[in-house]
Design a protein. Sequence first.
Length: 219
Amino acid sequence: MKLRFFFLSTSLLLVAQSKPVSIRPADLQPKNIAVEEVSFKGRTATRLTDKATGDLPDGQRIAILRDIEFQDGIIEFDLAGDRVPGASEASRGFTGFAFRVSPDGTSYNAFYLRPYNGRSKDQVQRNHSAQYISIPEFGWRKLREAFPKMYEAYVDLVPGEWTKVKIEVRGNTAKLYVHGADQPTLVINDLKSGNAKGGLALWIDPSSLSHFANLRISK
């Protein structure tokens, strides 16, 4: 009975440590994106829209949360990834979240989704639905070429629809969970940014227009 009470108490403590974090525009430092608070599919959400020039490298469109320092813990949020109207089909609605972000936003780890790949008729595209990157050294292209299949995976996705995401970070390991699944979509055992701790940031890539809501963090 005491053992059962211990596990129950531990579970309640973990729940209590999870707290909501505001991602309203005033709480963000946007870089190369437009940020606005909107109502989207019945929820109050933060919309990120790419406003960068076409020659800006991948990984430079983020909105850093102010006054947040993160090392290990659990990050939970909802996202709806899409592309800006008129964007080419090469834009896959790249939407995700960066962690252990350096103060200037130039170095971080991140997981992101490609919603237009989730139900593609091309199996190769489907296999690239979820992605890990580490900026600036390890973008998606370098990881794909050097380590095929190791840093990306398939997950069912629909563009513009709310998707539940959880990121668990412990030491040099990070796991990505999608749709409330018990098992991770991606497991990374060698986080590459080298940052022991840092900030957190909402993340998009070229030609994306994406929504975020319900951010919660537990350390």
